[in-house]
Design a protein around this ligand. Structure first.
Ligand SMILES: *Cc1c(COP(=O)(O)O)cnc(C)c1O
Length: 350
């Protein structure tokens, strides 16, 4: 299959050396595969999969919530949360660039029957209390009912400061709204903000966290929150077709990630900073770095020639233009990073 539309020198999977398109490309390592193979399993729809039960409990405990729910993806975590918080005709406020608004095919509207109200985003990636206040609906039959504020962290790699998150959440709560946090890269945020998981999770009622990005698990997310909401979310997961049976094979990968892979995220951030420095030194365009992501805007526009040149050396970067996203993750070690920098230098003659 073609990795890039229209490219002539398409690398095959075998000669990709560094795939920097996303941290979702991480593959389970040998230790994780051993943990998966050894998983004790049962039927999770009956509540009888010990690994899933442990994963849900451990996650809830770590984030300071009553209960957890293993779901198939971050998208499903957000949607089950929205369905647990809201009824049809309710309204969800969400940053205009956040995944729930921009990247989930309007599932919340299609399947949960809620209206999505996009809020302007601050440069930090957060939403301001003023923006929340301005979006609140009066109690009037003409309007949907403001019900939920959906936050996100990290946002395009940016770790939004806790005080900004708290201020927005407070304004929402004072108006009677609940708060959900899309924490797809929750632990990248924790590492960057240098805070405890509960410091960030405590800002929201429910939090969803991806296992399948920088944490390196192949599949899955966990939604945590109050027991009654998680019970409702479990029913919605069933409605969405997300009830899985011997899911302990996957939950074991998540538990392994939780136990072993959290500390490597800070290394990804350091490597992203090193790559950003190297690109800056090339003087070939604008560079911005946040947590594990580097955003590069080549001078003179057009990312296609760069993409092709890098791909010829087995280096894949994001397909965006004019600014490409380059994502560091646990499958790119120091040798990989050096190879990536060499490939950029070769293209720009640096
Ligand atoms: C990746 C991502 C999701 C959804 O994850 P999937 O598992 O791909 O559905 C949700 N929110 C954010 C911010 C993400 O980056």
């Amino acid at each position: 299959m073609a990795l890039y539309e229209g490219m002539t020198d398409i690398p095959t999977r075998a000669n990709i050396i560094c795939d920097l398109r996303s941290d979702t490309v991480t593959r389970p390592d040998a230790a994780m595969r051993r943990a998966m193979a050894a998983a004790e399993v049962g039927d999770d729809v009956y509540g009888e999969d010990p690994e899933v039960n442990r994963l849900e409990r451990e996650f809830a405990e770590m984030l300071g919530k009553e209960a957890g729910l293993f779901v198939s993806s971050g998208t499903q975590g957000n949607l089950t949360a929205i369905m647990a918080h809201c009824g049809r005709g309710d309204e969800v406020m969400v940053g205009s660039g956040y995944h729930v608004f921009a990247d989930e095919a309007a599932g919340a509207s299609v399947l949960a029957g809620v209206a999505l109200y996009p809020l302007p985003m601050a440069p930090s990636g957060g939403v301001t209390p003023d923006a929340v206040a301005a979006a609140l609906r009066p109690d009037d039959a003409h309007y949907p009912v403001s019900r939920l504020l959906c936050l996100e962290n990290t946002v395009g790699g940016r770790a939004v400061p806790l005080d900004e998150m708290r201020a927005a959440a407070l304004t929402a709560r004072q108006a009677g709204l609940s708060v959900h946090l899309d924490g797809a890269r929750f632990f990248n945020a924790i590492a960057a903000l240098d805070c405890a998981p509960q410091d960030l999770a405590g800002i929201a009622d429910t939090v969803s966290v991806c296992l399948s990005k920088g944490l390196g698990a192949p599949v899955g997310s966990v939604l945590v929150g109050p027991a009654d909401l998680i019970t409702r979310a479990r029913r919605h997961r069933k409605i969405l077709g997300g009830g899985m049976r011997q899911a302990g094979l996957l939950a074991a990968a998540g538990r392994h990630a939780l136990a072993h892979n959290l500390t490597t995220l800070a290394k990804d951030h350091r490597r992203a900073a090193a790559l950003a420095d190297a690109l800056q030194a090339l003087g070939a365009g604008q560079v911005r770095q946040a947590t594990n992501m580097v955003f590069f805007t080549p001078e003179g526009g057009g990312t296609a020639p760069l993409r092709t040149a890098l791909a010829a050396r087995g280096v894949l970067i994001g397909g965006q233009s004019p600014t490409v996203r380059i994502v560091l993750h646990r499958d790119i070690d120091d040798a990989g990073l050096a190879h990536v920098i060499t490939a950029f230098r070769a293209h720009y003659g640096g």
